[in-house]
Design a protein. Structure first.
Length: 140
């Protein structure tokens, strides 16, 4: 049995070799970070988590700043990654609904830590930003 190398971001383990990380895992992490870094994915996860299964038009109303094209692209990418399930009901006109999968729920839970961190460190970050901006302005 081969020991799994610690990920480069894992601060609780002894350091592993970066070149021993499964490249498929690295690619998935990079893809998911790119997707969740786009604000629409996290917003859609939150909407579907809070309101359950939703039709496209319901999601669109709950996220009025997103264009139809961007909403379609984001939902498609989320479906491809297994984060949402798209259900087409055989009625006329067709009714399409989206709901989070267990993968989508767990990704949302994983990123809840960012919200908690932001709440806990808001004052410190704002203070650091203010000091930086003031220093940059005076060094001008």
């Amino acid at each position: 049995m081969v020991a799994k190398a610690a990920a480069p971001h894992d601060l609780n383990r002894s350091p592993g070799r970066y070149d021993e990380i499964d490249p498929r895992v690295e690619a998935l992490v990079n893809d998911l970070i790119a997707q969740v870094a786009d604000k629409w994915t996290m917003i859609l996860i939150e909407v579907l988590h809070d309101h359950g299964e939703q039709r496209f038009t319901q999601i669109s109303r709950r996220v009025p700043d997103v264009s139809q094209k961007m909403l379609t692209q984001t939902l498609r990418q989320m479906e491809r990654n297994g984060l949402v399930q798209r259900t087409v009901h055989p009625v006329v006109p067709p009714r399409v609904e989206y709901r989070l999968t267990s993968l989508g729920e767990s990704l949302g839970e994983a990123f809840c830590g960012v919200w908690t961190w932001a709440e806990d460190h808001l004052d410190a970050v704002e203070k650091a930003r203010g000091a930086f901006d003031q220093h940059k302005a005076s060094a001008g």
